[in-house]
Structures are given as C-alpha cells and as structure tokens.
Ligand binder design. Structure first.
Ligand SMILES: C[S@@+](CC[C@H](N)C(=O)[O-])C[C@H]1O[C@@H](n2cnc3c(N)ncnc32)[C@H](O)[C@@H]1O
Ligand code: SF4
Length: 385
C-alpha cells in the first residue's frame, strides 16, 4: 500500500463518553450509569457544539466521521442520525465519506445495526477483544463469546460491508494457544479490518491493581511478542494486510479516519474529551461531562489548548506518527510538506537504528523493520526533540 498523503481534507471525531459499565482495563474517558434523559441531553448538546463551531473550518471537504467512545452504540440510531445531520448542515461532508462507529457487542442486535446502517453509518468496529469467555471475564467485559459471535453475524445481516474487529493480547491468563484460537475465529468471520492491541494498563485501573496485588499475572513480554507475530503471520496468510503496527485490512479497506492520524492530517473533535488538531494547533474539550453540558457561550473553560506546534515540531510529530505505518515515511513528502530533510536532520539516530536492524531505508522510504516494531517505542522516542 502506498497511500496518497498528505491529505487535503478534514476528519471529524465525535466522542460518546458513556458505557454501561467500566471494563477493568480501560482508561478512555467514559462514565457509566447514564439514562435516556442524559443521552438525549448529550445528543442535543453535541448538535449545538457542531452548529457553533468556528466558521473557518467549515469549507474543507470532510471525508471521514468517526463515532468513538465510550460506547457510541448507547445512543439510538435516531440520536446519532441527528448528529450526522448536524454535521452535514455545518460542514462540507462528502457523499462517499467513511462514517465509522465503535460498538460494544453487548449493546447491538441485527435490528439496531440495520437502523445505524440506514442513517448512513457504513463502517462498524466491534469491541470483541477475545473469543474466550475466561479472558472476557478477566477484562470485565459485559458480553460473552456467544454475544460477540452474534454481533458479528448481526453486523452482516444489518447490511454492514465494512467491519472491524478489535482484539486484545497480553490478557492475564491468555496463552499463545488461546490467543491464536481467538485470532483464527475472528479471521474466519471475514472482517475487512482487524485491530490487535497489546493490553496497556494505566496503574489506576482495577486490572492493573489486581496484577500489582499478585492476584493475576500478565503473560511475559516474550510471550506477547510471539502472540503478535504469530497473529500477524496468520492474518496475512489469510489475506489481511498489515498497514500499521496494530492494524490490518483487506486491500483498500484501511480505516480512512485513523490513517489521517498517522499521516498527520487535520481533524476536529466534538464531545466531552474529544481532541482536535488543525494547522499545528492541538486542543481538546476537557474530559468533564458536567462542564461540557453547560451552555456553549458561557463555557469558555470547556476547551483546553494542548499545544501550538512550530513547523519543526509538526515535522517531528509527522515522523513519529508516520513511522507507525508499514509503508513508512516517504522522505520526499516529508521534505515537501515540512521542509525537513529527514536524513540529515536525524542522521545519527537513523544510522544507529539501521545498524541495529530497527529501521530500513529503501527507495526513498524509511520504515520500521519487523524487529523494529517490537522496540518501536524506543525507536520513535529517538525522534522526539
Ligand atoms: C475506545 S474503545 C471503544 C470500543 C467499545 N467501547 C468497546 O469496548 O467495545 C476502542 C478499543 O480500544 C481497545 N482498548 C481499550 N482500552 C485498551 C487498553 N487498555 N489496552 C489495549 N487496548 C485497549 C479495545 O480493543 C477497544 O475495543
Ligand atoms: S473498553 Fe469500551 S466498553 Fe469498556 S469501558 Fe472502555 S470504552 Fe467502555
């Protein structure tokens, strides 16, 4: 895959910060216990925030919308439909935009999925995580393996032709055998896309505490490494192509919205906790639902400026994000876009990593090697100014 970056369009992320219950490992911003009244009020507030967005961002073509969470599937199809309409009346949303939604298998069935499809959502990302009940129990997921299987079938019956399955490896109690059973079964559903995430634990999460207390044991690092490579080999053998460290897709089915992040494209975020980045400026709505629900005009405290990047900082960020892609970084594109001659700016760093076998340089593309992916954090840190 050689993609067409830089992208000259805008992506829109909408954060839905509600979950039925918090999973034991998750530190994404979401709250549990919201009822129909709160969900309705949040929908109305989102539509207002969209309508009030500063005018200068409105004319760019928007070709991806991503409903993430939290659990977007807690909003009804009618509510998400109103948000899509608000976006369409405020922005230049293109007719063939990718419109993705994350869904927890516990919250969807064929009829609801059909209704999400009918309001224009054309890509669904199911948080399957594992196809082993014991592992789902450790993660404190609300669904069983049986309901994850049902949800994948329901997505097809509901009319989705673009399906992603999220899987997690490195779960306490998981073995290479149990993980590969999950991967084989997930691939057998013939999804267009699979994300495989190494379990990352913030120390404040219940699962991290259980491990720290010695009640549970995470698989060793070498075992996680073997899980990663075996899963990649298998999925690739079955026709999925890796295009990013944690992501594989059937040809032409890479997630357009997520590619935008790795290709240093621009995006606007709506909803509590959502991040935006336009022209080197990164800001967020504070992850605070009460603050978010206050009336817009009286609510100057809602937004937080995260960084104002200089052209050089933007170039560095683009390098760090772009190296996550399997195709790597095109040196000419980085030079054209940011005026940065990567090979001379990072001569020592690049040379060191090439000698160590973590980076390779081929026909003007710089990329992580297979071995380099395992130490990607170290390699990428070397590019931070
Ligand atoms: C923001 S979540 C939303 C999906 C949906 N709420 C669900 O859980 O079914 C997106 C994905 O991130 C992954 N994820 C969340 N927390 C993670 C963690 N601590 N480590 C690794 N992956 C994680 C999961 O695979 C999850 O499906
Ligand atoms: S993993 Fe998904 S369902 Fe679980 S708490 Fe996080 S966002 Fe909510």
């Amino acid at each position: 895959m050689e993609s067409d970056w830089p992208q000259e369009s805008l992506g829109i992320y909408v954060h839905i910060p509600f979950c039925l219950r918090k999973c034991a490992y998750c530190d994404f911003y979401s709250v549990s216990g919201a009822g129909p009244v709160e969900l309705e009020a949040y929908t109305a507030r989102l539509c207002l925030e969209i309508a009030d967005c500063p005018v200068e961002n409105r004319s760019e073509p928007v070709d991806s919308i991503y409903f993430g969470g939290g659990t977007p599937s807690l909003l009804t199809p009618a509510q998400l439909g109103r948000v899509i309409e608000a976006l369409a009346s405020s922005f230049n949303v293109q007719p063939h935009s990718e419109i993705s939604m994350e869904a927890n298998p516990a919250t969807v069935d064929r009829d609801s999925l059909r209704a999400y499809r009918d309001i224009g959502i054309n890509r669904i990302s199911l948080g399957v995580q594992s196809l082993q009940d014991q592992e789902l129990h450790v993660l404190e997921r609300l669904h069983s393996v049986a309901s994850a299987r049902e949800a994948t079938k329901a997505a097809r019956l509901g009319g989705f032709k673009n399906l992603n399955l999220d899987l997690i490896y490195g779960i306490p109690g998981q073995t290479i055998t149990s993980w590969m059973e999950t991967v084989r079964e997930a691939v057998s559903f013939e999804p267009e896309h699979i994300s495989m995430y190494l379990l990352q634990l913030d120390e404040e999460t219940p699962l991290a505490r259980a491990i720290a207390a010695g009640n549970l044991q995470a698989p060793a690092e070498e075992e996680c490494e073997a899980m990663y490579y075996q899963a990649l080999d298998y999925a690739q053998h079955m026709g999925l192509q890796q295009y990013e460290i944690s992501n594989l897709a059937m040809p032409g089915r890479q997630c357009r919205h997520n590619l935008r992040y790795w290709q240093f494209g621009e995006y606007l975020g709506f909803g509590a906790g959502a991040v935006s980045r336009i022209k080197g400026r990164r800001w967020m709505n504070r992850p605070d639902l009460d603050l978010y629900m206050l009336d817009n005009k009286a609510n100057m405290k809602r937004q937080l400026l995260l960084e104002e990047m200089s052209p050089r900082q933007q170039a560095t960020e683009a390098v760090i994000m772009g190296l996550r892609l399997t195709e790597g970084l095109n040196l000419d594109i980085i030079n054209q876009r940011f005026g940065l001659d990567l090979l001379s700016a990072y001569e020592t760093e690049i040379e060191k990593n090439i000698i160590q076998g973590s980076l390779e340089l081929e026909h003007g593309w710089l990329r992580l090697t297979k071995a380099g992916i395992m130490v990607s954090n170290q390699v990428l840190c070397g590019f931070v100014e």
